[in-house]
Design a binder for this molecule. Structure first.
Ligand SMILES: [Zn+2]
Length: 420
């Protein structure tokens, strides 16, 4: 039983913040009027409250050398929670992290299964690697069945034979693979740095793009038109110059590609914003970066020119709303038409080049549970009256100074104080 003495910044989901004078946390829920008949015994907590931040690109269970042990993964999840991040969509993990979902003191987790890549075409020990590209539809369908409604594909990476960044998968394979994922009700997000991979992803019906540094203006408007979200991961992109230097001696062409994207990274971010794209907060923690970087990511957006109130909205309520919204049936209908057209085109150009996997089994036959669904009505809320009390409190208004996100004075998850 908590009494929040406010102000409570409740975002209506459309980007408007209402500063409410006070709120109550009772039986795990946030309430804006004092519940009747409960009596005394409220614990008072002061501070500016906002919905818990989201990290849509964090790898729980992944370290620099691949899978980490459970204790390390637990520390990763706790590091996110300490920074007020209470909802995570992992972006691929070698560890089966279902156990996180059984822990009330750890952030809510939407799992994407393992990243899917090809041998020598991604960081070693991170991904499930497919020798044969035509196994992709089956592999992604499997990951969709074991995840929570998302799968993660590595769309492009350096090819050490040619020394340049390029796509991992033929376009027609992507078409079938995404169809298999969508048939099971899940969504696909893809790691993509380079321009060459984007057409194939868009044609195959990608749902979300990680990094997106290679998207040109046509790609960006198309993504905006179709409601495809992008996770710009600016903290990671700020390291592209360092990646370029690592490649300078052996892979000069790759280094030039990385450097060009590094140079125009802020321009790219501004183009995402101007096009009206759904931009998601993602830290890319796990691997080389530590966990708990979403406050830095949002501050970085502000440093490029986004108003702090907007960065806060995108980092909390908007991201939550996005993750809570299931795929739209009309979108699926449009996509199946697109897929049909893409397939007939591919077949007319090179008949027999790739035989699609019409036999990818639906999750109903698999004996595995269907993807876990989180809906706005039960688990993911943004401090509407009656939502789960998942929130962080700060000593001052984060809309005035975003840097206060680094130091929450209290963190409340599922109605219980877990930190601060
Ligand atoms: Zn990542």
């Amino acid at each position: 039983m908590l009494h929040l003495t406010g102000p409570v910044l409740a975002d209506d989901g459309a980007g408007c913040w209402r500063a409410l004078p006070e709120a109550w946390v009772f039986e795990g829920k946030i309430l804006y009027s004092e519940p009747d008949g409960v009596g005394q015994g409220w614990q008072e907590i002061s501070g500016w409250a906002i919905p818990g931040l989201a990290d849509v690109h964090a790898h729980i269970g992944l370290g620099a050398d691949g899978e980490v042990d459970r204790e390390t993964a637990e520390q990763q999840a706790l590091a996110e929670a300490r920074k007020g991040v209470l909802l995570i969509r992992d972006a691929g993990s070698p560890q089966d992290t279902r156990w996180v979902q059984g822990r009330d003191d750890l952030p809510r987790l939407i799992r994407a299964g393992r990243h899917v890549a090809r041998p020598k075409r991604y960081t070693r020990n991170f991904a499930r690697e497919l020798e044969d590209v035509s196994d992709l539809p089956e592999a992604l369908a499997e990951e969709a069945r074991s995840g929570d409604g998302w799968v993660k594909l590595v769309a492009d990476w350096i090819d050490r034979d040619t020394g340049v960044l390029g796509p991992l998968w033929p376009d027609e394979v992507l078409v079938d693979a995404f169809a298999a994922v969508h048939e099971s009700g899940a969504r696909v997000t893809a790691h993509s740095f380079c321009r060459e991979a984007i057409d194939g992803l868009l044609e195959a019906g990608i749902d979300c793009i990680e990094h997106g540094t290679g998207m040109d203006s046509d790609h960006i408007s198309e993504a905006a038109r179709r409601g495809i979200a992008v996770t710009p991961t600016m903290i990671q992109i700020d390291r592209f110059e360092e990646f370029a230097q690592r490649g300078d001696a052996r892979f000069p062409e790759y280094a030039a590609q990385m450097r060009a994207m590094y140079v125009r990274r802020e321009e790219q971010f501004a183009a995402f914003v101007d096009a009206g794209l759904t931009i998601l907060p993602g830290s890319d923690a796990g691997g080389e970066l530590p966990h708990g970087l979403v406050p830095k990511e949002l501050a970085r957006w502000v440093s490029i020119g986004m108003p702090a109130a907007e960065a806060l909205h995108r980092g909390a309520a908007r991201a939550r709303q996005y993750l809570a919204t299931p795929r739209h049936p009309e979108l699926d209908e449009g996509l199946s038409l697109l897929r049909h057209l893409a397939r007939s085109e591919a077949e007319s150009q090179d008949p027999g080049a790739y035989v699609g996997s019409a036999s990818v089994p639906g999750f109903c036959d698999s004996g595995l549970r269907p993807p876990r669904r989180m809906t706005s009505d039960d688990e993911i809320g943004w401090l509407r009256d009656g939502d789960s009390a998942d929130l962080a409190l700060y000593p001052s208004d984060p809309r005035e100074d975003i840097s206060v996100l680094e130091t929450p004075s209290a963190v409340i998850l599922r109605g219980a104080v877990i930190g601060g």
